[in-house]
Design a protein around this ligand. Structure first.
Ligand code: GTP
Ligand code: MG
Length: 419
């Protein structure tokens, strides 16, 4: 990026900030106005109450409406606030601008997410880009700096295959021309993006969304503790907020607390949970009931939580196969996605799990979780290259909004952000 480009982007970011600030102010004023009107109404209400004849009746009314307010509030998910006009804002705005967004199209939500993603990948970046930039300095790339880069990529859990691929393209380029540090980083970003995009492109759809007019069933699978249930909760929120009629099937009947955990998420996003509380309930039977309900209610998306731990790994795979069989039998025209949930902080171990799941379960995509605070975010590249799975969503936090559809451009920019 030249200085002028960078000045223009900063100017753009400043304008975007001013616009969002204004929008937020207007929203605040509107809320304040509503609050004042509410208070005024309440005042009138109180005065009326003083009239003895209506006393009892009025008391009852207020009691009910207060109760409603409390339930509403508990379902109200806090909207992000516009923070300072700082480095994070500028970087996030630049990433949005580079993808062709115009100032009126960006939202605080998007800025908030990009900031989280960049922060989440900080540890991965620290052991990688910072060191890389230190080593490269402003000098052109040399065969030795490629050796350093190779080590850093492996250390960031990018995987041997992806690393080989990137290093050999860089080596070819280096044989043909002098490559400056900045051009080298740009080239590196492009190569990494190509690796992540390959399985996404070959899947035929850039992002995963439920198809309207059909029942979409998304199974969340993976070993225990990777974040399946949490991810499902966040997906339920994302889906219902995008106006898809959503339902949850609690098919992890192995762990006693699993249903309760799901109900909390369901409640937060206003999505019903189909479950069977009896001991040793059959997961496939829960899915059977959930499909019946989904059909009756014209549901767009049925999210199925599955167990991460059974007596043996074979049981786990058999269970998944049984669930799939039920779906195929009951709704042969359903669009079924089997999404492998992977905990980024497990690095190469997670990759091993992915490979073994991919062998036995018919997977169609991956969701990477816990990108916040791990130094192993690079494993996302290994999943794309070595397991050939399109990454569909990424999670970077335990909050309901901490999951987004995967965007390779944003991911690579966050992983290699140089400040
Ligand atoms: N920091 C962080 N924690 C997460 C994220 N996703 C999930 N977790 C946490 O990881 C832990 C396990 O999450 P669960 O959703 O219960 O995992 P699971 O795969 O359903 O686990 P089992 O049902 O036991 O197999 C919980 O403490 C979650 O809060 C994330 O993106 N970031
Ligand atoms: Mg779970």
């Amino acid at each position: 990026m030249t200085n002028t480009d960078s000045d223009n982007s900063r100017e753009w970011a400043a304008q975007a900030y001013a616009l969002l600030k204004k929008r937020q102010e207007e929203q605040k004023q509107e809320l304040q106005k509503q609050e004042e009107q509410k208070q005024e109404l309440e005042k009138q209400e109180e005065q009326k109450q003083e009239l003895e004849t209506q006393e009892e009746q009025k008391q009852e009314l207020i009691h009910t409406s207060n109760k409603e307010n409390i339930t509403e509030q508990s379902k109200n998910i806090a909207e992000p606030e516009l923070g300072e006009f700082d480095d994070n804002f500028t970087w996030s705005a630049m990433v949005l601008a580079a993808q062709g967004k115009n100032i009126n199209q960006i939202s605080i939500d998007e800025i908030d997410w990009l900031t989280k993603l960049r922060r989440g990948l900080e540890e991965t970046r620290k052991g990688f880009v910072t060191e890389l930039l230190d080593k490269l300095g402003d000098d052109p790339l040399t065969p030795e700096s490629l050796d350093d880069l190779e080590t850093l990529l492996i250390r960031a859990d990018v995987g041997i295959d992806s690393t080989d691929k990137v290093i050999s393209s860089l080596r070819t380029k280096l044989n043909e021309e002098v490559v400056g540090a900045e051009a080298g980083i740009k080239f590196l970003k492009r190569e990494l993006k190509l690796i992540i995009d390959k399985p996404i492109k070959s899947s035929g759809s850039d992002i995963l969304v439920p198809q309207k007019g059909k029942l979409n069933v998304w199974l969340l699978v993976g070993v225990n503790g990777v974040g399946k249930t949490t991810t499902l909760g966040k997906l339920a929120y994302l889906s219902s907020r995008s106006n898809y009629k959503t339902l949850i099937a609690a098919a992890d009947t192995f762990r006693a607390a699993a249903v309760e955990q799901l109900k909390v998420w369901g409640d937060r996003s206003n999505v019903d949970v189909i479950s069977n509380q009896s001991k040793n309930a059959d997961p496939a039977a829960v899915v059977f009931d959930a499909i019946n309900s989904a059909k009756k209610r014209n549901v767009d998306l049925l999210l199925v939580d599955t167990a991460g731990r059974l007596q043996t790994k074979n049981n786990l795979m058999d269970e998944l196969a049984k669930i799939k069989k039920i779906i195929d039998k009951k709704v042969p025209d359903a669009i079924v996605e089997s999404l492998l949930v992977l905990d980024a902080s497990q690095g190469q171990n997670g990759l091993k799990q992915a490979k073994s799941f991919a062998k036995s379960a018919d997977l169609s995509g991956a969701i990477i979780t816990k990108l916040d605070g791990t130094s192993r975010g690079g494993v996302s590249l290994a999943v794309s290259e070595e397991v050939n799975l399109p990454i569909r969503f990424i999670g970077a936090g335990e909050g309901i909004k901490d999951l987004r559809p995967f965007n390779s451009y944003e991911f690579v920019e966050a992983m290699l952000a140089d400040k």
